[in-house]
Write a protein that binds this ligand. Structure first.
Ligand code: BGC
Length: 767
């Protein structure tokens, strides 16, 4: 599709209304605050195609599994983030005619997502049936300061007539998920209430007893004067609305302010929801729209201070990266360890809003480098809190001990049901262990290991111990019947990545046990007892480490993705006619599985994670071997390739890979943005800039930078929070300048030179 959004450094802008692109824009212009999210649906009636979407973090539904052929071990349900009460609704009727952009003649339509200040704005002119023209300006945001508050300002100006406005401000809880497996509605009514300017709707889920209450207040103004209009309330099941009538005066704006407080029994007592939301609403209404909006802008200013990336000389790249950072910040804010990051964030229903290995493998580095320690720590605590369920999951699949974390989850239980993924894509367990390493390596917070980390590591290690099998005639351990990160091969034996991440987990667990023994023998003893960890077991881990089998082609010097990889016909993607691509839309699954083509980084994922273990020549040989066969049909793929390409000095390739995800949603590159944005892969794009072009790594408690700048850019700069210091790294074609924006000194290695950077100091080196 031809890009249709205007380039701008700080905003996403759509000029002109095209109903065919509306659902794509609904995803792109979504707003969120970690507590709730809202697609960019219109406030007023819209009869064209649209996915109404309003999501509350952590409110999900166990939708009964839909599957053709049941396999033992499948979960009973697929957890889905719930499409919830529509709180933005404003039905606008002008002289008896419904404003509907699907019917009216629309001109001067501009939609803007202002990322600097965190709001969505839409302006347009509409010509109604009898030639009556109006101008509308609608602004809304969900507050990142008061997480339960959403606010709307909706101005209507008649341009060539005096008339009557009838506006019904409503809450509609009778909402259905588009992706419901059996076309069911998931919400039951609880209560509705109406008072003069307020209405409230409480609904609850049919299962799991989630209660959600939305309370709204609406006010009408003209020329800064509040209009004294009495509303007429109407209630239906799961619905409450208040209708106001007011005269419309030619060339004068009538403003509708709508405030909503959205609360759930995840945070409050179920019996008190209406009271709590009403109280929260009082505060918001008292402040008023403009003050709430100012608070929003200053809170976003702080977010940008910690996480902005500036790219000079390429507006399109600048817009792309800021969009990604914006989406990540509005999806997960890290205060609540019960929450996580769905692959689509709050922008759509696909992937059910559930947690995947994407979090540890791709998102964690972003939050590590751009937010306070407690925020990425909460991502780890989330998995810690799911440990019991992961143990149960392992038992359910027939393991005697250990923990297998789910591939897809809301509450720790597996909710995915494709056998080749649910049962076989066990490498996810390794990513969860790696997340612990990554967190400790980055933050230096070793206390995490003794407090929580060791329990998770030991239980994952036990899983690997049982999952491998010893082959006496070869004196090796193997891992049979798995799916690696490359989902275009299933049920393979000895996926190199899975074998290696398994032994790496064992090594790291043993290292952590040693560390605890040395530093806190009492704590060590407590864990040994609690985990009932025997010397024998640890010896077994060492034996597995020593005797694990890794498929390799010694002649070519490459690790083999799996035992049978060299039996395939090996072809580069460049040899395929482009009509075959993407393979997942053009080829049968059988053909994909037999082919050599790779969906996403697999062996290379291992070389990326365990980067320090391999020399540059090994990385180069493997990259040269695998990248040409990779179709990157997961949006998580290009970033890993881009980072490795940077390290290998493949500048063109690095930039090419970076471009594949930098504007994935803004340019609807995969033709699927209407389903929602690729939020978790946005973190990968951030990694491409910081770890790829910036060459940032952490080793031995030091920040290491190896920056290189794509020829297309004049300069780029990024921020990282590292051990209390906030550093701004600015890279241009000649130099690298690091500014320490805090009082805390930092040791840094740039292009192999060790530098001590004092607080509030700056240093420049040439490169
Ligand atoms: C990828 C997985 C990923 C999932 C959710 C799939 O297409 O292959 O690695 O976890 O999408 O993003």
């Amino acid at each position: 599709m031809k890009p249709y959004l205007k380039e701008h450094e700080w905003s996403i802008i759509e000029e002109g209304f095209d109903p065919d692109k509306h659902e794509i824009s609904e995803s792109i212009f979504s707003i969120g605050n970690g507590h709730m999210g809202q697609r960019a649906n219109f406030e007023e009636t819209y009869t064209g195609s649209s996915l109404q979407g309003s999501y509350m973090a952590g409110v999900y539904y166990p939708d009964k599994t839909r599957v053709g052929w049941w396999k033992n071990g499948y979960p009973e349900y697929f957890a889905k983030v719930l499409n919830s009460t529509n709180w933005i609704g404003l039905r606008i009727v002008i002289d008896g005619e419904d404003l509907d952009l699907n019917e009216a003649k629309v001109s001067e339509f501009v939609r803007e997502l202002n990322m600097r200040e965190g709001y969505l704005q839409r302006t347009f002119k509409a010509e109604l049936r009898e030639g009556k023209e109006i101008k509308v300006k609608a602004t809304r945001f969900v507050s990142i300061v008061q997480k339960e508050i959403g606010a709307i300002k909706y101005d209507i100006t008649p341009l060539n007539f005096d008339g009557t406005l009838e506006v019904t401000s409503y809450l509609d809880g009778d909402i259905k998920n588009k992706d419901a497996n059996y076309d069911e509605k998931f919400w039951d009514p609880v209560a509705t209430s109406l008072s003069k300017d307020r209405a409230s709707v409480t609904v609850k889920t049919k299962k799991l007893n989630f209660h959600f209450c939305s309370t709204m207040e609406t006010q009408l103004y003209r020329n800064d004067q509040k209009l004294d209009v009495d509303g007429v309330g109407s209630e239906e099941v799961k619905y409450a609305g208040i209708t106001y009538k007011a005269p419309l005066v030619k060339n004068e704006a009538t403003t509708i302010y709508k405030y909503a407080a959205n609360v759930t029994n995840r945070d409050h007592d179920e019996q008190q929801l209406e009271t709590v939301s009403s109280k929260s609403l009082d505060g918001a209404v008292k402040k008023g729209f403009e003050q709430l909006k100012e608070e929003q802008a200053s809170a976003w200013k702080q977010k940008w201070l910690d996480s902005d990336i500036v790219i000079e000389g390429d507006i399109s790249a600048q817009q792309g990266i800021r969009f990604n950072i914006y989406q990540l910040n509005q999806t997960y804010s890290g205060e609540d360890a019960r929450l996580n990051i769905g692959p689509k964030g709050f922008t759509g229903e696909k992937y059910g809003g559930s947690t995947y290995w994407d979090t540890e493998a791709y998102c964690l580095p972003f939050y590590l480098a751009t937010s306070e320690e407690r925020i990425p720590r909460n991502l780890l605590i989330y998995r810690y809190n799911h440990l019991e369920k992961a143990r149960e999951n392992a038992k359910k699949l027939g393991f005697e001990k250990g923990a297998l974390y789910p591939m897809v989850t809301m509450n720790g239980e597996e909710s995915h049901n494709e056998w080749e993924i649910t049962f076989e894509e066990i490498h996810r367990n390794g990513a969860i262990a790696y997340g612990i390493y990554n967190y400790v390596n980055y933050t230096g917070d070793k206390s995490y290991l003794g407090e929580y980390g060791i329990e998770v590591l030991a239980e994952i290690s036990r899983f690997w111990e049982e999952r491998v099998n010893f082959v006496p005639q070869k004196n090796v351990y193997m891992m049979l019947g798995v799916t690696g990160p490359n989902e275009y091969e299933n049920n393979v034996h000895n996926n190199w990545y899975t074998n290696r991440i398994a032994t790496w987990t064992l090594e790291y667990t043993l290292y952590v046990l040693d560390f605890l023994k040395d530093t806190d023998p009492d704590l060590y003893a407590q864990w040994i007892e609690k985990l009932d960890l025997k010397e024998e077991e640890m010896k077994k881990w060492v034996d597995i480490i020593d005797k694990m089998y890794y498929p390799e082609d010694k002649e070519q010097g490459v690790f083999l993705q799996q035992d049978g990889f060299l039996d395939k016909e090996l072809l580069p993607v460049s040899k395929l006619d482009s009509k075959h691509l993407p393979l997942n839309q053009n080829w049968s699954w059988d053909r994909i599985l037999r082919s050599c083509f790779i969906k996403q980084a697999d062996v290379l994922q291992g070389l990326y994670f365990l980067n320090h273990e391999f020399d540059i020549e090994t990385k180069k040989r493997n990259f040269d071997f695998y990248e040409p066969m990779t179709v990157h049909e997961s949006s998580l793929s290009p970033c890993v390739h881009s980072i490795l390409a940077c390290e290998l000095g493949y500048k063109e390739k690095a930039y090419e890979m970076y471009l594949r995800t930098a504007r994935l949603d803004l340019d609807n590159y995969n033709n699927d943005t209407e389903d929602g944005c690729h939020t978790t892969s946005m973190a990968g794009t951030w990694m491409s800039v910081v770890q790829g072009f910036g060459g940032m790594k952490i080793s031995n408690d030091q920040l290491i930078l190896n920056p290189f700048i794509p020829g297309q850019w004049k300069s780029f700069s990024f921020k990282v929070l590292f051990r209390g210091a906030r550093l701004m790294i600015h890279v241009d074609q000649e130099e690298v300048t690091i500014t320490n924006e805090t009082d805390i000194a930092s040791d840094i290695v740039i292009h192999s030179d060790k530098i001590y950077l004092k607080g509030n100091d700056q240093i420049t080196v040439t490169h």
